[in-house]
Design a protein around this ligand. Sequence first.
Ligand code: 2RA
Length: 315
Amino acid sequence: MAEPRIGVVGATGAVGTVTLSLLAERGHRNVRAFASARSAGRTLPFGDGGILVEEATPETLAAGDLDICLFSVGTSGSRELVPHAVRGGAVCVDKSAAYRLEPGIPLVVPEVNGRRVAENTGIVANPNCCTIPLTCTLKPIHEAAGLAAVRVATYQSASGAGAAAMERLRSKTADELDLSMDWDFDGEEFDEESKLRAETRKIMELDDLPVSATCVRVPVLVGHTEAVWVETEEPLTAEEARGVLAEAPGIRLVDFPTPGRAAGEDDVLVGRIRADRAGGRGLSFLVVCDNLRKGAALNALQIADLLPLPRAAAA
Ligand code: 2RA
């Protein structure tokens, strides 16, 4: 049986390279790699061989020979190029913030709201790399006891800021290491913090859910950590929360989750589940996930798995 023709757009970046390696691991061979003119002509590793990088232009993406495009080119690149790929007949899974909050465009974490993929008219948005693991944990807690409020503090790795940020971190000495906050600041919040709130509300279909986030970047290469405090509508003990999280898809309970343990893993690691000592119907827990895999590339592939096979590919 023919397989879908997949384009990886932004193939040379931190997420693009993981996307290619996941596609190769899963046995996809009908794959093309696209990037900027600067990278066109390079060969990237793909399975046991290599894949030629083509320039991502409106014309090549609109040519009508791709069924699925997996975009990781940043917001302005996606705004420019995604419509051309859609025009050419591809369904685009976009990992930038360009379309996430647009009405009518599904924003999808398969374990949480995978059914929304069917509503796409050419674009499915992939959430922020902190929103994905957070909502994987919030969904089962909401189903068990109703969510009343969510507070989260993130410890995000350099790879969330791209391959160049990873290189900068590698070149630093221990004395130079520090926290950073490298997102757009509106005078009160970073856009990373407001994205986490708005995307969580959209995915969970809880428009008024109180969500408060504080995001920082830590000197870690891969793996975003989130310390989460939730208040529930109904009582839920830590033991009960452990039970519902243990059963939830895509989650693995571990005692002490760390980025080192999560890097290279598909699962979202959850641990330190306990009653919030500040009182009320509160629970605290720690969530860690490989931000390049489940936080980005893997989630996009799982979305692609939910798309109906294109007629040409199914023939
Ligand atoms: C970050 N969430 O880590 C973003 C991913 N681009 O900055």
